[in-house]
Design a protein around this ligand. Structure first.
Ligand SMILES: Nc1nc2c([nH]c(=O)n2[C@@H]2O[C@H](COP(=O)(O)OP(=O)(O)OP(=O)(O)O)[C@@H](O)[C@H]2O)c(=O)[nH]1
Length: 137
């Protein structure tokens, strides 16, 4: 039987107004962090910077990304699968536009992300993101 875990690496990106950047992929409903599955031979930051380039056309400096932790939740788009995500957070300092399989990109205030339909993983990690953010103020 196929493993029921999807491993991804993903990013919580905050802009200069402390809005969180979330994406919705084509033919899906829920908003989630940009990111995706590492390819063979890639470490987390290599995979994440590749995904950020593919999805946002953004050349991210991996040294600016800080580890937030590993989180798991029911996968947003695959029935009966669990997503296990290594999550990083950091700043995004430029305007970006959806690329490749991204259909919609939204920026939401950190305190008000529930105005979008969210992937379960996003809900799970919000306390950690808010704590990390608060510790840097
Ligand atoms: N990137 C990302 N994936 C997530 C999140 N939350 C979540 O449940 N997932 C699940 O992880 C799955 C795999 O992510 P993905 O489709 O972005 O991976 P990928 O770009 O490498 O996929 P592909 O190579 O098959 O096109 C998503 O379909 C979704 O069900 C999230 O916040 N970010």
């Amino acid at each position: 039987m196929a493993p029921s875990i999807i491993r991804v690496v993903a990013a919580c990106l905050l802009d200069d107004q402390n809005q969180l950047l979330l994406v919705r992929k084509r033919n899906t409903q829920l908003f989630m962090m940009p990111g995706g599955k590492p390819e063979v031979g890639e470490d987390n930051l290599m995979a994440l910077t590749r995904e950020l380039k593919e999805e946002l056309d953004w050349e991210c400096d991996p040294q600016t990304l800080k580890p937030l932790g590993q989180f798991s939740a029911p996968a947003a788009n695959e029935a009966d699968m669990t997503v296990v995500a290594d999550v990083f957070w950091g700043r995004i300092d430029q305007t970006v536009f959806p690329q490749a399989e991204i259909e919609q990109l939204e920026r939401v205030p950190l305190g008000n992300i529930d105005r979008l339909p969210l992937a379960p993983l996003q809900q799970v990690l919000m306390p950690a993101l808010l704590a990390a953010y608060a510790s840097e103020q």
